[in-house]
Design a protein around this ligand. Structure first.
Ligand SMILES: Nc1ncnc2c1ncn2[C@@H]1O[C@H](COP(=O)(O)OP(=O)(O)OP(=O)(O)O)[C@@H](O)[C@H]1O
Length: 226
């Protein structure tokens, strides 16, 4: 089965406001896609539906061919843990834990050991944070929080990676490093969805979509030529 994630005719309303309208989409293993669109257009909403963080008003979401429609919140949480890694716009770290502990926290529920700790340290070093392992979130900058959030998402190598504006607040060198990490996950077989205003990053994905008036339209360009 090559499809990791499928949306069928997804609609999302907040009250009477239609934010997402009849969106269908598939994410295959080993592909990265970008979603661009104007601010307030519904990109984060769509990503949170893909990430099983909120339900659509109508339509179907399938993760690895499992229709989530009939699942309860416990089953949804299990599916999220098994399949999904997130890089949120706001890092959502645990304030009482250090940077290293935050990266390792999801692993505590699955497996423990020195290997995981070393891998977490390696990721933080790769993102230029080896001198901040013991710092708490309130002692870190936005860009640092973003990189910790990405390290946390990458540590367990989830099949599906969802990233919301992952290169915001980063200087060009770090933005490049973060982009490379996300795109390397693709070559390792993950499906990657990146919401971004960074057209340079979008251009490095396999397909860019424009979310406009609630619908997702593919942008036709030849990434191989760029
Ligand atoms: N829980 C909610 N209840 C009501 N309206 C909401 C809710 N969440 C988001 N919205 C509205 O839905 C619209 C889409 O929001 P969303 O955050 O998905 O947009 P976005 O494209 O990600 O924006 P940005 O690029 O600025 O992050 C906005 O008008 C927002 O105000």
């Amino acid at each position: 089965m090559n499809t990791l994630l499928e949306l069928r005719n997804i609609e999302k309303k907040y009250g009477d406001d239609v934010i997402i309208s009849k969106v269908s989409f598939t994410l295959a293993k080993g592909t990265a896609i970008a979603i661009i669109g104007h601010s307030g257009g519904g990109k984060t909403t769509l990503l949170s539906i893909m990430g099983l963080l909120q339900r659509a008003t109508s339509g179907n979401v399938l993760v690895d061919a499992i229709d989530i429609g009939g699942l309860d919140s416990y089953q949804l949480a299990n599916l999220r843990g098994q399949y999904l890694g997130f890089v949120f716009q706001r890092a959502r770290l645990i304030n009482s834990l250090t940077a290293l502990e935050n990266v390792m926290a999801p692993a505590w529920f699955i497996r423990r050991g020195d290997k995981i700790e070393q891998q977490a340290k390696d990721l933080l070093e790769r993102f230029g944070l080896s001198h901040r392992l013991d710092h708490k979130p309130q002692e870190l900058s936005l860009g640092q929080l973003r990189r910790i959030s990405l390290a946390r998402a990458l540590l367990l190598k989830p099949p599906i990676l969802l990233a919301d504006e992952p290169t915001n607040d980063l200087d060009p060198a770090l933005a490049k490093e973060v982009a490379e990490c996300l795109l390397t996950a693709r070559t390792e077989g993950a499906g990657v969805v990146i919401v971004t205003h960074d057209l340079n990053l979008a251009n490095q994905t396999d397909q860019t979509f424009h979310l406009e008036n609630g619908t997702l339209k593919p942008i036709i360009y030849d990434n191989a030529a760029s």
